[in-house]
Design a protein around this ligand. Structure first.
Ligand code: PBG
Length: 321
């Protein structure tokens, strides 16, 4: 077995998978104000930017060849309420950011989450009533959220809320509004994971979720077959692409989804995975550049068509070298 590994040219020649900048989607955080940036403490190296600064950062990403960004807002707590109505305001922070990015950098794809958690005062992804998350009432608001984002110029709608039936409802709402062109990337198999901790810091979503649990809508980490059922439904309802989340601890799911359905399949290397690696890197326990590229190659090996990763910009720089 070692004969083929003797030299760099030979290793390259027999290599089975490749990682390129085309595989990278960069999740970014936007906040209010102007000319402002601040670090996300639990994600070393990740910044939250005001709209104008974010447009500059996205211009750099586009120059590096990154095909798309995923936009996440930190909403002013004064604008949050029990049903997240700010999500459907056509002039909310997300919509302002989409417009600024599309003006400054027209040639990059903009993906937006559809979910209420950045907008609700309790931090749940849906409407809360008597300690329960209401499904259909939430889906109705999500359709409105998708529409304002589409109108602002978003290219890909990415529902991350895990309500039932939302992909079909959003597809119908977009089509009825004449937006057959908008792509949908469904967070199809999204698990109730502790790896999202730093993200909730980054967007400032409430950590006091109360008696209701995200486990009543996100998936049980013990399950695999259920992920396939989620994906089947989302494809039938009109998803153009599906996603598995978190990433590295769930590569078995990525592999099974891709081999079962052969649809564009993405994975999200989430905030906790980033924090875990960066923490060890900062301590000098892991080699930054090798870890970044190896962790991303693992997604390709599992069959992912692309990865949402906070490492996108530094990985692109390494890959372009
Ligand atoms: C919101 C959402 C979450 C993430 C992406 N969209 C958090 C959650 O569901 O609680 C997590 C991303 C990350 O951890 O990097 N629906």
């Amino acid at each position: 077995m070692r004969r083929n590994r003797q030299s760099d040219w030979s290793r390259r020649m027999v290599r089975e998978n490749t990682l390129t900048v085309d595989d990278l989607i960069w999740p970014v955080f936007v906040m209010g104000g102007r000319g402002a940036s601040e670090p996300v403490v639990s994600m070393p190296g990740v910044m939250r930017h005001s709209v104008d600064r974010l447009a500059e950062a996205v211009r750099e990403a586009q120059a590096l060849g990154i095909p798309a960004i995923a936009l996440f807002p930190q909403i002013d707590p004064a604008l949050k309420n029990i049903s997240g109505t700010e999500a459907t305001n056509p002039d909310n922070l997300v919509c302002q950011a989409i417009k600024a990015i599309k003006d400054a950098v027209p040639d990059i794809g903009v993906l937006c989450d559809v979910a209420l958690d950045p907008f609700t005062d309790h931090g749940h992804d849906g409407v809360l009533q008597d300690d329960r998350i209401l499904n259909d009432e939430t889906v109705e608001i999500l359709c409105g959220q998708a529409l304002v984002q589409a109108e602002a110029g978003c290219d890909i709608i990415a529902p991350s809320d895990m309500m039932d039936g939302r992909i079909g409802a959003i597809r119908r709402a977009l089509d009825a509004a004449g937006r057959q062109d908008i792509q949908i990337m469904a967070y199809a198999a999204k698990y109730a994971s502790a790896f999202y901790g730093p993200f909730r810091d980054a967007v400032g979503s409430a950590k006091t979720l109360g008696k209701a649990s995200k486990s009543t809508y996100q998936m049980d980490p013990a399950n695999t077959d259920e992920a396939l059922r989620e994906v089947v439904l989302d494809i039938a309802e009109g998803a153009d692409m599906v996603m598995v989340k978190p990433g590295m601890p769930y590569l078995d799911i990525v592999q099974r989804v891709k081999s079962s359905f052969a649809v564009p399949t993405f994975a999200y290397q989430v905030s906790g995975e980033y924090a875990m690696l960066k923490g060890a890197i900062q301590n000098g326990w892991l080699d930054n550049d090798r870890i970044v590229l190896e962790s991303l190659m693992a997604f390709k090996r599992a069959g992912a068509d692309g990865v949402l990763t906070y490492f996108a910009v530094e990985a692109a720089k390494l890959l372009n070298r």
